[in-house]
Design a protein around this ligand. Structure first.
Ligand code: ADP
Ligand code: MG
Length: 357
């Protein structure tokens, strides 16, 4: 069992709070992602799991066992570091073999594991090269391979593919997800890339300045962000977050620029509209909704991003395909009430009325 949990863990460096009162449970065999902006505490959490740091308060548990006083080697979790340290005088092959040779693994098994991991990470053709002759991306894959051949209770990866170019990153994250499923091992993964987090994670935790703001599956968090902070972090283009005005029974967003029928006001101070939930239709064809002026159009092939001036608000909408919409023309904007996210003055989400969930 390689369940990994924090119970009210805090860690400071001098006056800096790196992790604050963090509690979570990563389940056995789960691909769990920590996602947050730079300096939000992601790497510190991994170091606490690994045992390179001691918490100031709280308890770290691995497999249900408190490990605050257990040494890193005894914890048996394998880390792939952000700044990888491959042995420069060894070939990629020797680097990957190293942890197995060190553990006196039988030669047949070493070669079997090496061939297996080399095929999964597409590095069979570079195994003879020393790190100095590998590209950044290749070095990263060799380092991942070196962690994968061990048989630890869990893997930790700190932004392991950030140095790869975009295309290779897309490929590698698919491989990682596949490898994790095949290995059936707990994997804790850190990234600052929202798309990467959403694409790989079974569940994820969102961090803000060392505090965990929300834990859930990527789609739970995307569909029901707990705050404007979380809402802004996931999704591209970002969620439109607009002030709400108007009286009872008639909600108006950003001085009346988007009509949302049947939206109750209550304590709602701001509303969030995902770009894909905004309906855009030509104004001159009597489209339903309020008028907005098209500011710019980005045709991305499969979909089109339209930036609009809706009253005082700048709004971004994303529509399927390649609609005939031109800059500086008028369009009608609308959004179904059930797709509107509601936020209180302090930024926390107000849950949707039952009938719209
Ligand atoms: P992330 O990985 O999300 O970028 P980190 O865990 O590295 O965040 O850092 C969290 C906070 O802790 C930051 O404010 C960072 O400056 C601080 N911090 C991290 N490591 C140290 C350290 N060894 N000494 C002092 N401050 C640190
Ligand atoms: Mg980091």
């Amino acid at each position: 069992m390689a369940e990994i949990a924090f119970r009210n863990v805090s860690k400071r460096y001098g006056d800096t709070v790196a992790v604050w009162d963090a509690s979570f449970t990563v389940r056995d065999n789960e691909f769990f992602c920590f996602f947050g902006p730079p300096l939000s505490g992601k790497s510190t959490i991994l170091r606490l799991v690994l045992g390179l740091e001691m918490p100031d308060a709280g308890e770290v548990l691995i497999g249900g066992r408190p490990v605050n006083r257990v040494s890193p080697t005894e914890r048996n979790v394998a880390m792939v570091f952000q700044n990888l340290a491959l042995f420069p005088h060894m070939s990629a092959r020797e680097n990957i073999r190293f942890p197995l040779v060190e553990r006196r693994t039988p030669e047949v098994e070493i070669e079997r594991k090496l061939a297996d991991v080399a095929a999964k990470l597409h590095i069979g053709h570079i195994l003879h090269k020393p790190p100095a002759q590998l590209s950044g991306g290749e070095r990263q894959r060799v380092a991942i391979a070196r962690a994968l051949v061990r048989d630890p209770a869990a893997y930790l990866m700190d932004d392991p593919i950030s140095a790869l170019d975009a295309r290779l990153r897309e490929e590698t994250r698919v491989e990682l997800k596949r490898i994790q499923r095949e290995l059936g091992k707990t994997l804790i993964y850190v990234t600052h890339d929202q798309e990467e987090a959403m694409s790989v994670a079974d569940r994820m935790a969102i961090l803000e300045q060392g505090a965990i703001r929300q834990v859930g599956t990527p789609l739970e968090i995307y569909d029901r962000p707990a705050s404007t902070y979380v809402a802004r972090l996931l999704g591209s283009p970002m969620m439109n977050i607009l002030p709400l005005t108007g009286g009872a029974g008639e909600a108006r967003i950003a001085d009346g620029s988007i009509a949302v029928a049947g939206l109750a006001l209550g304590d709602v101070a701001e509303v969030g509209l995902r770009p894909e939930d905004i309906r855009v239709s030509p104004w001159d064809q009597g489209g339903a909704g309020r008028p907005a002026k098209v500011y710019e159009v980005e045709p991305l092939g499969g979909y089109t991003v339209i930036t609009l001036d809706a009253g005082a608000a700048r709004v971004r909408a994303m529509v399927r395909g390649q609609p005939e919409i031109r800059p500086d023309t008028l369009v009608a904007l609308s959004c179904e009430a059930s797709r509107v996210h509601r936020f209180a003055r302090n930024g926390s989400a107000i849950s949707q009325p039952a009938e719209t969930v």
